[in-house]
Ligand binder design. Structure first.
Ligand code: CTP
Length: 398
């Protein structure tokens, strides 16, 4: 289960052009099961109306008109007491200055001043305002007080200027909220390493032997680890998805590069989850220049790659994934024992809704001396959550 499910989030929207993006954030948080109380500053309402948030969160919205009534004097105490997190997004330079100086001149800033739970601030403004020492000093003050500040993206601003000051993608903001909510989770102070994606073994500069792994399942595993409070390292091969925010990610291509990266990543870790689809073979020879039609070799000699999981031994738990197209449980049981794993997650990659490129997955978790655990067809996040629950159980027993 995601930490967002049932979480109480106060979303304080302040008045910049990125306020319209906060409606997407409110929607995604709500879809993920959070109870979102949107609080709009007066200036935010010039950009986006309270009704939008009310419709998306299906809850009452606190706007400037409601902010200063006698009833809402108390609302700031109740909102702050009930909240698991306060997210200020977008946070304008003005809002940041008010928060840094402890002003409480509207409902959102009064909630901030009353908060016991964590505060996350996502600055978004013109690059010049963001770079200004006044703003940077105010952000430093907030960080010193334990506020999490999400670095803005660089790119084209509404004004046409290029620079740093854009509100990051909703998925990034969600990941930071997840990590914040999960900071004291069952994997707090634990280090998890996840490998994900596919490997590419180049024959020449433009051709390779690869596989269609999307990296989606592994990225969800890393996200589920973060949500449980783990310090998470991701070694990511070829993939069509972005790594989650807050995860230390190293990008690799070949199986040997992946092995090098993993050897470093597992130092001091508590568990390795080996989800990557590692190619078992690579071309014996690699050409420096592109092979020409008619000039290519009649056959490609292949040599075996190392078995990464076998090479990665230590004090940590080792969890493998087995992609099978037939006789899955029997093949998988042999792998569980052969590779001396603590657990093996088996999935049938021949199915259209459980394969490499699918959005969904189903799996069976095998462990020595434990009954098999079936995970029925669900999202890849759902499978990741079930796998991480087993990892938590195993780590707890050590
Ligand atoms: N694996 C690995 N190194 C390899 C191949 C696989 O570490 N060279 C890991 C995978 O990341 C996975 C587990 O081993 O966690 C099982 O991978 P899979 O491809 O299903 O099995 P193989 O051991 O390669 O066996 P086969 O291809 O014969 O089914």
């Amino acid at each position: 289960m995601s930490v967002l499910e049932g979480a109480r989030v106060v979303l304080y929207v302040t008045g910049g052009i990125a306020a319209y993006k906060a409606s997407d954030l409110a929607s995604k948080l709500t879809q993920a099961g959070a109870e979102v109380d949107a609080v709009l500053s007066r200036a935010a309402e010039d950009f986006v109306g309270p009704l939008t948030f009310q419709a998306l969160t299906q809850r009452a919205v606190y706007s400037a008109q409601t902010a200063m009534t006698a009833q809402n004097e108390i609302a700031h105490v109740r909102l702050a007491n009930d909240a698991d997190v306060l997210l200020v997004a977008p946070a304008t330079a003005n809002a940041i200055a008010r928060l840094a100086h402890g002003q409480a001149d509207d409902l959102g800033s009064a909630v901030a001043l009353s908060m016991q739970a964590p505060i996350v601030v996502a600055p978004a403004m013109e690059p010049g305002m963001y770079a200004n020492t006044a703003t940077q000093d105010n952000l430093a003050t907030l960080k010193k007080r334990g506020v999490r500040v999400i670095e803005p993206d660089s790119g084209r601003m509404a004004s046409g200027a290029e620079g740093k000051g854009r509100l990051p993608e909703t998925s990034v903001l969600l990941d930071v909220v997840r990590a914040t909510l999960g900071r004291n989770g069952p994997l707090k102070d634990r280090v998890l390493v996840v490998s994900a994606g596919g490997t590419r073994e180049y024959m020449d500069p433009v051709r390779f032997i690869g596989n269609p792994a999307s990296g989606r399942q592994g990225v969800e595993l890393a996200r589920a680890a973060i949500e449980r409070g783990a310090k998470t390292r991701l070694v990511l091969g070829s993939a069509t998805v972005e790594p989650p925010a807050g995860v230390e990610t190293q990008h690799v291509e070949s199986a040997e590069e992946m092995l090098d990266a993993l050897q470093q990543a597992v130092a001091g870790c508590d568990a390795l989850i080996m989800n990557a689809a590692v190619g078992d073979y690579r071309p014996a020879a690699t050409f420096d220049v592109k092979l020409k039609r008619g000039g290519e070799p009649a056959g490609i000699d292949l040599i075996e790659n190392p078995d990464l999981l076998q090479s990665l031994q230590g004090e940590f738990l080792r969890v493998g994934f087995a992609a099978e197209t037939n006789d899955h449980l029997e093949n998988a049981r042999n792998k569980l024992l052969g590779k001396e794993l603590d657990a093996l997650v088996v999935n049938d990659v021949a199915g259209s809704d459980t394969g490499f490129a699918a959005e969904t997955n189903a799996a069976t978790i095998l462990r020595p001396d434990h009954p098999d655990l079936e995970i029925p067809l669900t999202s890849k996040a759902g499978v990741a959550s079930a796998v991480l629950d087993v990892v938590v159980e195993m780590i707890g027993g050590r």
